[in-house]
Design a binder for this molecule. Structure first.
Ligand SMILES: *Cc1c(COP(=O)(O)O)cnc(C)c1O
Length: 409
């Protein structure tokens, strides 16, 4: 098995495992396919959701594709700017932006703040006035639609923490629009992630369209609407989430007469299938029923199965033609550190290499050092060459940042 033209065993040998391996060609292809899907949307900004994969080299690839960045912390903002993304193309989302983050965004001159509450809007206005600046803003709306995805990644139901309730949107918009320091020029929505169906998105966008009309009717000037991200990717063979072309056609139809600039915040659909997690089998342990294939990657490296019960395809790097039914687990001392139970997969033995597929989004970015395992390395492949784009941070380096106070010594 290769990543582009680079054999995965070579990367395993030279960089060690576990390691994330990303493909530049795939990232570029996904960026182009998503943009092509939106050909019928005349005025737009595509801002990659940095939280899906914040690696600097990945951001650089997308910057070269003309992408902006959707960020949810000052750390992500700094990464986007460091990757050369113009501040005007940076959108700052998130329910808990601190005062320091609002100041940092204003001083960097970012293109858009997505305000998530009246309270945040008032604070942003005050801070901007103090700095003698004006924040370009949209108000994020919670449209109260069920995205039909996993509960932990649904963001557009009334009891989720995101945005302002659509029933109060007109009143809050009116209040914030009259504040100095903010130019409230539109609305935003993001209803969830890994959506397998366009219907909830279309429903949310229609509600947003009605709100835009109502706001204009109340005398507001609306020039920008942010439609968020959320398009799903296939994790399992046979899964067929809507394509960027189908998504784009729906968006073009629903928004045809809005007369605004549209902002998109795709994450997973760009990066998900552009990466794998390469791992080595530590040993195979007999079970009562199926054997346990214990790999050197764990829930601290790839959290999605433990967090959401997520499925990742698992295949041998050098299949021997046989298969087995096995439980795929990591070394961490938690039963949650299980990638799959009773999975029919390639036959594997101690020392063999395997990959978890579709690991380019919400993979390395969610890594932790639980069990003092250190942080996983990342590699970017480009044709027949590759580079380590994030060093492995070993447990010793993390321990070096800790101190035992003198009064304990
Ligand atoms: C997470 C997130 C996204 C990206 O979601 P994907 O499902 O990865 O496309 C976009 N916008 C906001 C505000 C988010 O929180």
């Amino acid at each position: 098995m290769h990543a582009e033209d680079v054999p995965l065993p070579l990367i395993a040998q030279e960089v060690g495992t576990p390691v994330y391996v990303y493909s530049r060609a795939t990232l570029e292809r996904h960026a182009q396919v998503f943009r092509d899907g939106l050909n019928d949307v005349p005025d737009k900004l595509i801002a990659f959701a940095v939280k899906a994969n914040p690696n600097l080299a990945v951001l650089k690839v997308l910057q070269s594709q003309g992408y902006g960045a959707d960020v949810v912390s000052v750390g992500e903002m700094r990464r986007a700017l460091a990757a050369g993304i113009a501040p005007e193309k940076v959108v700052f989302s998130g329910v808990g932006k601190t005062r320091a983050e609002l100041i940092a965004g204003l001083e960097a001159g970012i293109g858009q703040f997505n305000i998530e509450s009246e309270e945040e809007g008032l604070e942003l206005a005050e801070v901007a006035r103090e700095l003698g600046l004006e924040a370009q803003c949209t108000l994020r709306i919670n449209p109260d639609v069920d995205a039909g995805t996993h509960d932990k990644i649904s963001t557009g139901k009334a009891d989720n923490k995101f945005g302002v309730p659509i029933s109060q949107a007109g009143q809050i918009f009116g209040k914030l629009a009259s504040e100095g320091g903010v130019n409230l020029r539109g609305v935003a929505v993001h209803i969830g992630s890994q959506l397998g169906d366009l219907a909830p998105l279309e429903n949310a966008f229609n509600k947003l369209g009605e709100l835009v009309s109502a706001l204009r009717g109340a005398g507001h000037t609306i020039t920008h609407v942010d439609l968020g991200g959320g398009l799903g990717v296939p994790y399992k063979q046979g899964e067929t989430p809507p394509s960027p072309a189908e998504y784009g056609a729906m968006v073009a139809r629903v928004t045809a007469d809005w007369g605004v600039k549209l902002i998109f915040e795709p994450g997973r659909v760009i990066a998900g299938n552009a990466g794998v997690l390469l791992t080595r089998v530590v040993r195979v342990k007999r079970g009562v029923k199926d054997p346990f294939v214990i790999v050197d990657a764990a829930m601290n490296d790839l959290a999605r199965p433990a967090l959401y019960g997520a499925y990742h395809d698992f295949t041998a790097v050098e299949p021997n033609g046989r298969d087995m039914t096995a439980n795929i687990v990591g070394p961490i001392c938690e039963t949650g550190d299980t990638f799959a139970m009773g999975r029919l997969c390639d036959h594997l033995e101690a020392g063999d290499l395997a990959v978890f597929r579709t690991a380019g989004a919400y993979g390395a970015t969610m890594a932790s050092s639980y069990n003092s395992r250190g942080f996983v390395a990342e590699v970017l492949v480009d044709g027949d060459k590759y580079a380590v784009v994030a060093d492995r941070i070993d447990a010793g380096a993390i321990m070096d940042a800790e101190r035992v106070p003198e009064w304990l010594a």
